[in-house]
Design a protein around this ligand. Sequence first.
Ligand code: KG4
Ligand code: ZN
Length: 359
Amino acid sequence: MKILAIETSCDETAASIVKSSDNKIAILSNVIASQIDIHQKFGGVYPEIASRAHTEQIIAVITASLRQTADSLQQNSKKPLAVSREPLANIDLIAVTSGPGLIGSLLVGVNAAKTLAFADNKPIIGINHWLGHIYSCFSDNENLPQFPLLALIVSGGHTGLVLMKSHTEIETIGQTLDDAAGEAFDKVAKLLDLGYPGGPAISKIAIDGNAKRFDFPRSMLNRENFDFSFSGLKTAVLYESKKHKLDDKTKSDFAASFQQCVIDILIGKTLKAAEKYQPKSILLCGGVSANKELREQMKIAIDNFNAVNLSAIHYHLPPLSLTGDNAAMIGIAAAYQIANGIRPTTFDQIDVNSNLKLK
Ligand code: KG4
Ligand code: ZN
């Protein structure tokens, strides 16, 4: 089965071709047109401009994803390509992010997907963006997560913990009550004048910083639930930053102390959930999972947890190319959903839902 996947929930216009056969996934193309340059001057994503940029990019991105497939196939095959004239003819299913996300952005991808499904009479499936991030950890056929799994999704728009007992038994056990973790990185970067997106900028200067200099509140860590809150942390950084002259050393200390606080909260909650649900795998995914310190400290924490609890939880990360928003993860999620009995629909049954929840 060959899937054309489309993702436009925030500020990346993305399309990908994913092939699945005998339960093996192959990403044939993964095209992403980023809008970072456009939103940089606003210090964050500007929704109306995002949807306009998606409209301008979507056809080119889909076309490129179909072409890139053709190119990669051409290298691997001696036969002339049939897809070059009618690339869509070889597509068996269209998958598209139907929510959650920015409504204007989602609409561009969903309408493009519906139009192609209608015009070519293809089946279509709507994929939850969170589920997409989770399946970014399923790109390595030789090292697949095992159920029950616990997934920590940390991105610019979302932060949550999801428990999956199988590909179709999915429960969100906690989420942020206010800001997402990535959003906190972006806001703190803004107040330290580091530009957008904030995550990479903070992690870069944090390397030279003293993570113990500022002791920010590890909010929600002592609560008996799996929800998160990051807006108090952002405010604490704001107030503390006003007491100091923000030279390079002080900025690095702020970045390192803030980053460590976020990491402690994320790891603390994840391990608390691991104690309760005893998963076989822990997955770390979403844009913030590109953070090197978080990736490494989570590994150490899981190793320690396993040693103390005599457990053998496996740790799974997406490759760096799939941490941020992309369409390959949407295609992989679709492949697994279809393989596990979820039926695709026709174009007229797909709708956007900017608040779509993962059950
Ligand atoms: O998953 P994503 O591309 O978009 C959403 O679904 O929201 O995540 C984008 C977020 C941004 O907030 C960005 O600052 C953050 O991921 N991010 C990072 C790093 N790289 C990207 N945060 C911390 N450290 C990083 N290295
Ligand atoms: Zn995302």
